[in-house]
Ligand binder design. Structure first.
Ligand SMILES: Cc1ncc(COP(=O)(O)O)c(C=O)c1O
Length: 391
């Protein structure tokens, strides 16, 4: 009997990690430090929640089905902000709103790939991308990143076959935190275009990029939409995580294909969430700028305090967006170490083994620290607890 679609992949890693907490009690002087998930734990800011309450009461359309590709005003707002922000032309007809960025990836892949096709993905990868490719019957072709955790377009070129349909990048990267240089993205755009395949760039964390101005110039290319598919999330920027709003920016023709997927899976994105995202884009620019500075300060705290761990043999491989990606010095796999850290140090984080295929080396010595929800003091406490460990 053949495997079902879901049987082709693994169980959700974040849920598995949550189960490590079962039955463990944390002393009051050493509360749990949860650095496992890349999601805000606080609700959206109060003015946005108030606006949402008004929308619930006053806007009857917020409770009904809406257009499959999203609220026209929100598509227009994204197009306008992208046009000015990236220095290129993005039209509202090139923007679709999705039920979160994971769905945007799923929809994009559904329009590109058939059974047995291949997508090149830098490793370590974002595990939900791998899971969706598995469930779509698509082979994930791992592209090992080297020093600096930045993928090399020349190495990617060597992996392209007649089954390759896309290269999928995440920048700023989950899990490694690194921001891909504009030239790297440009080289990937040239490579994918030359092979007539798609370049998917997931920019879920773009609002927390440390660089001033646009992180790349891909949209400045007047023909960007013959190759580029950009993905975005409203989960991190306005903390609308639970309202499930994301976006896909691509050619009008591709969005017509994506419409088939979205119509069948969710009919339309969450109507309240879309209105909240629109309100956020129009009113929370300054607030978001402040959030970015706070995340950048937490990132600086990782660098400032890393000597505590470096002295014990730890290494910082990448740091940025919501993540620090590190190697540990212990003679055991991170897959065994991570569950033990819950009991031994009151720390929940994810092992590198969750971000790569089982047969690839490296993950056993790596750990991802999602630091967005801990402040400077929290970073110091985290590092003190890790530095005190010996196995
Ligand atoms: C790279 C990346 N893409 C997509 C998502 C999911 O975003 P959303 O909540 O919009 O589905 C995440 C969340 O962690 C992510 O890290």
């Amino acid at each position: 009997m053949s495997l079902s679609r879901t049987q082709t992949t693994f169980a959700p890693p974040v849920m598995e990690a949550r189960r490590w907490l079962d039955g463990v009690t944390h002393p009051s002087d050493r509360p749990l430090l949860n650095v496992s998930q890349a999601a805000p734990i606080d609700p959206p800011p109060a003015p946005l929640r108030e606006a949402m309450a008004q929308i619930v009461l006053d806007d009857p359309d917020a409770h009904l089905y809406g257009p499959v590709l999203g609220l026209p005003e929100l598509r227009g707002e994204v197009a306008q902000k992208w046009t000015s922000g990236y220095g290129g032309a993005v039209k509202p007809t090139q923007v679709a709103i999705t039920s979160g960025c994971n769905q945007a990836f799923a929809a994009a892949i559904a329009t590109i790939c058939g059974e047995g096709d291949e997508v090149v993905v830098p490793v370590p990868y974002y595990f939900n991308h791998r899971m969706w490719l598995d469930m779509s019957g698509v082979r994930t072709v791992p592209l090992m990143t080297g020093d600096g955790m930045i993928p090399d377009p020349d190495k990617a070129a060597a992996l392209i076959t007649d089954r390759t349909r896309a290269i999928a990048l995440v920048s700023p990267n989950n899990p490694c935190g690194v921001e891909y240089p504009s030239e790297t993205l440009h080289a990937f755009m040239d490579l994918t275009r030359a092979h007539g395949i798609a370049l998917i760039v997931d920019e879920t964390y773009r609002d927390f990029d440390s660089r001033a101005g646009a992180p790349h110039d891909l949209f400045a290319d007047p023909h960007w939409d013959d190759t580029l598919i950009q993905l975005y999330s409203f989960s991190k920027s306005y903390r609308l995580t639970g309202h499930r709003i994301g976006a896909v920016v691509a050619s009008k023709d591709r969005l017509a294909e994506i419409e088939k997927f979205l119509d069948t899976v969710a009919i339309c994105p969450n109507q309240l969430g879309q209105r909240a995202a629109l309100w956020g884009m129009r009113n929370l620019g300054d607030w978001l700028a402040g959030e970015r500075l706070e995340i950048l300060d937490r990132r600086a705290a990782i660098h400032d305090n890393f000597s505590t761990l470096a002295g014990q043999g730890w290494k910082l491989l990448g740091c940025g967006a919501y993540f620090a990606y590190v190697t540990h010095p212990f003679g055991m796999s991170s897959a065994d170490l991570a569950p033990r850290l819950v009991q031994d140090a009151g720390i929940l984080l994810l092992p590198g083994t969750m971000f790569m295929p089982d047969d690839m080396p490296g993950g056993e010595s790596q750990l991802r620290i999602a630091f967005a929800n801990i402040d400077r003091e929290g970073v110091e406490t985290l590092f003190d607890r890790l530095a005190a460990l010996s196995y």
